[in-house]
Structure formats: structure tokens, C-alpha cells
Write a protein that binds this ligand. Structure first.
Ligand code: TYD
Ligand code: MG
Length: 435
């Protein structure tokens, strides 16, 4: 008998090598290489591919009717998708376990079920559990079919038979293709299953949502290897401590990335938050040192957020720098700049910075608010309460312009704040911004 050929696959990035190594040469992860049997399913796959093969067409003869979109009625969701769900598209919905993916997709499934048959594949939970949730969400619809199965070949048969307008696969980590000899959840299975679903969906024009878990540390056998297989990737973010969730587009063939919507968790499922700025500032302490309003942009949407800093005398010889919601390296640079340009001995102080609400900010415009919050906390003097701030800080402490300033200003004004103009250097913070 021929010996089975094995290959070592990195469970983090999908790198393949015939030889085992303690550390993945591609992504640098330790202990992530797992032995898998070299797949022989290529035959199967190519048969799937050829059955849907088309021939090249002149560009002038292609109808540019890509705008075959279905609005769900959840305005914020539709907006993040780029104006509704594109018919036949395959989207990955990723997020940590327990964040609300199943709940939200059941809500979406129920909305689609008003227009046609919807297949909800639950490979994780029993049909009873899903039905119980559907009852709680008010999602009991006759056209919503719940199917508890892990074998993707079986599922495909039902999909072909039912031909639903929407299919939900919950989750990709618990599905498997029997001809791939590694366990469900391994990189090979996850990738092949996603390719299989994509193929099936494209051939039949079935809109599909795939659920993918990610872990806190990053992705184990997860969405990273899927990103280029699917049309769009959306991510649920949020802190367990808060009762709202952020829905963000990471990749979108049919819309822009970085778009964000805010949902509030309720007994009856996720409800959209039409004015997130107001929502995030609701519990802001007034006239407290260390709290500042940041006028940010997420995707194309302006968003006011509260940035807090706490500066306290260092307990240990090495002062602590902790950042939540902003990049830790960025914080170190801001702290160093503030120390140098304002002559504040921050080396003797611990600095903690937090973006309230568990929102992750990834734009340099947050520099000035962070610096202002630090200075405010250090001097124990509040920022003038009417101010909303933005601005990038250079290494010499100069404040730079950022993108979409008018949009930020408009949002600030809409919510009763004014933006501060004419701050050229962070040394002006105490005089111009503090009470
Ligand atoms: P769930 O949808 O099961 O998370 P995931 O599929 O991402 O693992 O949600 C986790 C729990 O939170 C579940 O017990 C239901 C509850 N939940 C609500 O009660 N209301 C909500 O709006 C959401 C999103 C979740
Ligand atoms: Mg779930």
C-alpha cells in the first residue's frame, strides 16, 4: 500500500511545508505546525469548478448589473454592506465566541424568510437551541429552515434541493468535508469548506453568510485563511462588559472597508443605534480630568468617542504604559513626546489610556486627544467641556492636519461640541485646552 503523504500546515497562517518545524517560517508562530494528510480531493474540487466554468466575454457585453442588492431593513447593517446584501455573495461574519454572531444572523435569516426560503445550518447548536433563540427574537417563520448537520456534502444536497434565497453556515469551524482527512476546524478543512460553500453559492446564486470564530489572540485556523476566498469579511467587536457591539467591514468586494455600525444588545436581539456618537458619550463624566472627546472617523462615518487617561505616580521602577483601544507603541511615542515637549516627568508616572466602549481606534487623529487626556490627568485639570479634539502629533510635538476635518467638525457640532483650531504644538495644551 502506498504510504499516505503528509504535510505540515501552520494553523495560524496556512503555510505548508513537508518538514516539521517548531516555528512557522512564514508567520513566526510557535508550535502551530500540525501534520495533515496531503489532500487528494483535488479531483472533487476541479469537478465542482468545471461545472460552473464559463468562457471569456468582451467587457462591453457584460451587463454591469452588480447592484442586485437586497435591503434587509436594518439600515445600519445595509450601510456597512455597501447598500444591502448582494445577491449570490458570500460573506464571512467573524468574531469571538459569545459576541452575538448566531443571534444576529438568526435575525437576518428571519428577515429574509419573509421573502423566501432560508436555510440556517447549525453545526454547533441543536435545532432546539436555535428554535428557542428564534422564539426569543421573534424570528419564528415558516420559511426559516433549521438544519443541524456538520457534513458539508450532506448540507450541499439539501441546499441544492431547497434552493434557498439565503444560507447561513454556523460555523465554518464545525463543518467538514469527508474526503479531507483532517479534523473539523483545521486549516485544511476550514479553507476547503469555505471554497466549497463559495462555489456552491456562486453556482446557484445563493446569498451566503459563513460564521467564523476568532480567538482573542488572533486567529487559530480561522478567518485569516478565508479572507481571499469569500467576497466580504465582517467582524463583530465589543467588550463583554458593554451591552453593545460594533459591526465592521474588514474586506468588501461590494462596498468600502472600515465601515462601522453600532448595535445595542437587547433581550430580543441586536438593535441598531442610529446615533452612535451620542450613545458613546452618554456616560461621560463632566468636568473630570483625564476625559476628552475625540472626533474620529470610522470608514466614512464620523464618530465621537471618549478617550480617558489616568496618570498616577509609578508603583514600580519601570513605569507602566497601558493602552486599550489604541496602539500601545503609539502611546509610548505620545508619552515620550509629551514628556520632552512639556517637560512633564512622565518617567515617574504610570500612564493608562482607554477608549471608552471597547472601540478600537486605528487613525493617527487620536494622538492629540490622547496627549490632551494625559496632560489633563497629570495636572488634574479637566479639558474645557465644550471641546472635541483631533490631530496627529509628530515627533517634535507639532500637531498635524488629518483627513476629513470638516466631517469631524460637523459631527462635533451636531452633538453640541466645538472643535479646537489653531493648536500648532502640544506645548499649547495646558493653556488652550485645560479649564
Ligand atoms: P451568540 O449569538 O450565541 O454568540 P456567538 O454566536 O457569537 O457565539 O450570543 C451569545 C449570548 O448573548 C447568547 O446567550 C445570547 C446573548 N445575546 C442577547 O441576549 N442579546 C443580543 O442582542 C445578543 C447579540 C446576544
Ligand atoms: Mg454561535
Amino acid at each position: 500500500m502506498r504510504k499516505k503523504k503528509t504535510v505540515y500546515v501552520c494553523q495560524k497562517c496556512g503555510y505548508r511545508t513537508p518538514k516539521w518545524a517548531g516555528r512557522c517560517p512564514e508567520c513566526g508562530e510557535w508550535g502551530s505546525l500540525v501534520e495533515e494528510v496531503e489532500k487528494k480531493e483535488v479531483k472533487h474540487r476541479s469537478s465542482w469548478v468545471t461545472s460552473s466554468a464559463t468562457s471569456p466575454v468582451p467587457v462591453t457585453e457584460i451587463e454591469s448589473s452588480t447592484e442586485n442588492r437586497e435591503r434587509t431593513g436594518i439600515t445600519e447593517f445595509d450601510r456597512v454592506l455597501g447598500g444591502g446584501v448582494v445577491k449570490g455573495s458570500v460573506s464571512l461574519i467573524s468574531g469571538e465566541p459569545g459576541i452575538g454572531k448566531s443571534t444576529f444572523l438568526l435575525q437576518i435569516a428571519s428577515l429574509f424568510a419573509e421573502k423566501g426560503k432560508v436555510l440556517y445550518v447549525t453545526a454547533e447548536e441543536s435545532p432546539q437551541q436555535v428554535a428557542l433563540r428564534a422564539n426569543r427574537l421573534g424570528a419564528l417563520k415558516e420559511n426559516l429552515l433549521i438544519y443541524s448537520e456538520n457534513n458539508l456534502e450532506e448540507i450541499a444536497q439539501q441546499v441544492e434541493r431547497i434552493n434557498p434565497i439565503l444560507a447561513v453556515y454556523d460555523s465554518i469551524q464545525t463543518l467538514y468535508l469527508p474526503y479531507i482527512e483532517s479534523a473539523a476546524g483545521s486549516v485544511s478543512q476550514v479553507r476547503e469548506c469555505a471554497a466549497f460553500i463559495t462555489n456552491l453559492s456562486k453556482r446557484r446564486g445563493i446569498t451566503s453568510f459563513i460564521v467564523g470564530h476568532v480567538t482573542k489572540e488572533g486567529t487559530i485556523a480561522g478567518p485569516k485563511v478565508l479572507e481571499h476566498i469569500v467576497d466580504a469579511v465582517f467582524q463583530f467587536e465589543g467588550d463583554r462588559g458593554y451591552n453593545f457591539r460594533i459591526f465592521r467591514s474588514i474586506k468588501n468586494r461590494f462596498g468600502s472597508t472600515g465601515e462601522l455600525a453600532v448595535f445595542e444588545m437587547t433581550e430580543t436581539g441586536l438593535k441598531e443605534v442610529p446615533n452612535p456618537s451620542q450613545f458613546f458619550l452618554e456616560e461621560r463624566p463632566k468636568e473630570k480630568a483625564g476625559s476628552v472627546v475625540f472626533a474620529g472617523i470610522e470608514g466614512s462615518r464620523p464618530l465621537l468617542l471618549e478617550v480617558q487617561a489616568l496618570v498616577t505616580r509609578a508603583v514600580f521602577t519601570t513605569p507602566q504604559r497601558r493602552a486599550k483601544g489604541i496602539n500601545a507603541n503609539r502611546l509610548s511615542i505620545i508619552v515620550a513626546t509629551v514628556e520632552k515637549e512639556l517637560g512633564i516627568p512622565l518617567r515617574n508616572f504610570d500612564v493608562f489610556v482607554n477608549v471608552v466602549g471597547g472601540v478600537k481606534v486605528d487613525e493617527p487623529a487620536v494622538d492629540l486627544p490622547v496627549a490632551a487626556a494625559i496632560v489633563s490627568s497629570y495636572f488634574d485639570r479637566p479639558i474645557k467641556p465644550e471641546f472635541a479634539l483631533f490631530g496627529e502629533i509628530g515627533l517634535t510635538g507639532e500637531v498635524r492636519r488629518v483627513r476629513l476635518e470638516e466631517l469631524r467638525e460637523k459631527e462635533a457640532r451636531k452633538n453640541g461640541f466645538e472643535v479646537v483650531k489653531g493648536i500648532k504644538h502640544i506645548s499649547e495644551i495646558p493653556e488652550k485646552l485645560l479649564v
